[in-house]
Design a protein around this ligand. Structure first.
Ligand code: E4P
Length: 217
């Protein structure tokens, strides 16, 4: 499963990229607003820091406007993935871009039928928002299960990018269901590596090693 960082914080992205575990980045207008930086400048910087796809979202609501914005965004790096909303206009723009071989991420997906449409529009990624479904009392992971079944039924190439991930259990469930990608806030990526028994065990090993008075180097 690929790991994307869901952030526009370039310092965080640089640190995560150093681990070799980062496969891509997703952003959205709210994350850009939170960064307080110029949209095009920050996306260009993220694209240079990131080995894989960097999702940059259009803000127009009509197909032609989205396509015009996509032209600008694509110039920010070879790894730019144009992020489009799951509306009829967004799907039409997705079809046009995917026919041109442009990477696309269809976002704000909350139903399996929406995901079916995105796959038919040739989306590279579909982004179902599991956390926001959980927030309203639905089970976001049931959506991932349904999309996985539908995409397997028809051998769609669209990758399932689990979004709105809030905690490590979401990542575990996504991996068990065979999702292609999980995009996570950096705090969640770090939490995946952490376990209290690892910390406790390491402290004991360090203490015992110090007693030996030896050094490896
Ligand atoms: C995905 O591409 C979105 O940017 C993101 O996962 C939304 O997460 P949120 O529901 O925590 O805002």
């Amino acid at each position: 499963m690929k790991f994307f960082a869901d952030t526009a914080d370039t310092a965080e992205i640089a640190l995560l990229a150093e681990t070799g575990l980062l496969d891509g980045v997703t952003t959205n207008p709210s994350l850009i607003a939170k960064s307080g930086r110029n949209f095009l400048e920050v996306i260009r910087e993220i694209a240079a820091l990131t080995p894989g796809p960097v999702s940059a979202e259009v803000v127009a609501s009509d197909k032609d406007g989205m396509l015009r914005e996509a032209e600008v965004l694509r110039k920010l790096g070879d790894n730019i993935c144009v992020k489009l909303p799951l509306t009829l206009a967004g799907l039409a723009a997705c079809k046009a871009l995917s026919d041109d071989g442009v990477m696309t991420n269809v976002t704000l997906c909350f139903s399996a039928n929406q995901a079916l449409l995105a796959a038919k529009a040739g989306a590279t990624f579909i982004s179902p928002f599991v956390g926001r479904l959980d927030d309203i009392g639905s089970d976001g992971m049931i959506l991932i299960e349904d999309i996985k079944m539908i995409y397997d039924n028809y051998a769609f190439d669209t990758e399932i990018l689990v979004a709105s991930v809030r905690h490590p259990i979401h990542v575990l469930q996504a991996a068990k269901l065979g999702a292609d990608v999980a995009t996570m806030p950096p705090t969640v990526i770090r939490a995946l590596a952490s376990h209290p028994l690892t910390d406790k065990g390491l402290a004991a090993f360090d203490a015992d090693w110090a007693k030996t008075g030896q050094s490896i180097l």
